[in-house]
Design a protein around this ligand. Structure first.
Ligand code: FNR
Length: 349
């Protein structure tokens, strides 16, 4: 992700992120806000799984399914190997894939190969380049060119920067940077968080800047507050663990006239993906849950996991009587617990 600091420090950070994020996945699954979202069971509403069409329209593309592999890594020998496994899995499953932040390769051309592997392994696939806000429009274009990318993810990661010892604490230029990147980009721009959510106010600001796609990437999954605290000698920012908004809350509070919302952050199972779609996400991004199999078993294990998820996603559509992902928007959803309280506070029906 975005950084100051030396190339060596950036490289070791990338390796730490993968190691610590994969370790989070080995812990028992924790509760998150998706558990407070109930698709009401109507015992006679089911349809045939063979009737389900998972194809999903996002911007001008039609994806095979609503799932995509969210931006994670690249740029060091270890993370290049991870990217290769992920890219092969993306190719084999036809799943769109984001790279990790290409900033490290803009500062250090030697790191570029660790990102180019994503395109080399998947020449015909849908690939997103990824860059941190604060970069110039020219740097954003170079990131897209490096991957011959179909879209550009720009990440907003103020909480992470705050906790990172080498992180930036100068955020006032971000809006202007983002506006310049969006205005100059020749490919669609997806603005995303990295696990702290996008509030209604942020989504409205993005809309006003001309952003058409926003990935809310909320809390409850990979937690960069925990990861960055673990990288510090003292966990001095431990109080920020759990900070931010979940994808569930961000999606519920998203403005109707805002950017098309993509849902990610804390998606643990195909049921979470269905819940995100029912709350308005046009597509669903998964990072940590697909990283863990890449680290433990390589591309073959990721392919197996993605195929299982896709098949179960189809089955869940049949169970809930939804012939398409968009049809989930019409299904009865109840919210409980903290999510319900959030809806009451925000005046959401
Ligand atoms: C990430 N994420 C991320 N996001 C981004 O925009 N640029 C980046 O460079 C990275 N780097 C990164 C590394 C690793 C190891 C992980 C696991 C994640 C954030 C990611 O795209 C996503 O927003 C969050 O991880 C939340 O989703 P999950 O993990 O809960 O599915």
């Amino acid at each position: 992700m975005a950084s100051d600091g030396t190339a060596a420090a950036s490289a070791s950070r990338k390796d730490d992120h993968v190691r610590l994020a994969a370790a989070q996945r080995r812990e028992p699954a924790t509760r998150n806000d998706f558990d407070d979202v109930e698709l009401v069971h109507h015992a006679l509403d089911g349809i045939d799984a063979s009737e389900v069409d998972l194809r999903t329209r996002v911007a001008h593309w039609t994806w095979r399914s609503p799932l995509y592999l969210n931006g994670m890594t690249g740029g060091t020998p270890k993370t290049t190997a991870v990217n290769r496994e992920l890219a092969v899995a993306a190719r084999e499953t036809g799943m769109p894939m984001g790279s990790g932040s290409i900033g490290i390769a803009l500062d250090d051309p030697d790191a570029a190969a660790g990102f180019r592997v994503i395109r080399e392994e998947n020449p015909a696939g849908l690939v997103f380049a990824n860059i941190g806000v604060g970069r110039s429009a020219d740097e954003a274009r170079r990131a897209v060119d490096l991957l011959e990318a179909d879209a550009l993810q720009v990440h907003l990661n103020a909480v992470q920067e705050t906790i990172m010892p080498e992180g930036s604490r100068a955020f006032s230029g971000w809006a202007a940077s983002l506006e310049a990147i969006v205005a100059a980009s020749e490919v669609p721009v997806i603005v995303k968080e990295v696990g702290f959510g996008l509030s209604r106010r942020t989504l409205e600001r993005l809309r006003d800047m001309g952003v058409r796609l926003a990935d809310v990437s909320g809390s409850g999954g990979t937690d960069f507050a925990r990861i960055e605290n673990a990288r510090r000698s003292a966990s001095d920012y431990a109080f920020l663990i759990g900070h931010g908004s979940s994808a569930v809350r961000s999606l519920l509070d998203a403005p109707e006239d805002g950017p098309t919302p993509l849902g990610s952050g804390g998606v643990r199972t195909p049921l979470d993906a269905v819940r995100a779609l029912a709350l308005g996400a046009r597509a669903v991004g998964v990072a940590g849950a697909f990283l863990a199999p890449a680290v433990s078993g390589g591309a073959a294990e990721v392919v197996a996991v993605v195929r299982t998820w896709t098949s179960q996603l189809r089955d869940l559509h049949a169970l809930f009587g939804a012939p398409t992902p968009e049809a989930l928007l019409t299904k009865d959803v109840l919210v409980h617990g903290g999510v319900r309280e959030f809806c009451e506070l925000r005046g959401i029906d």
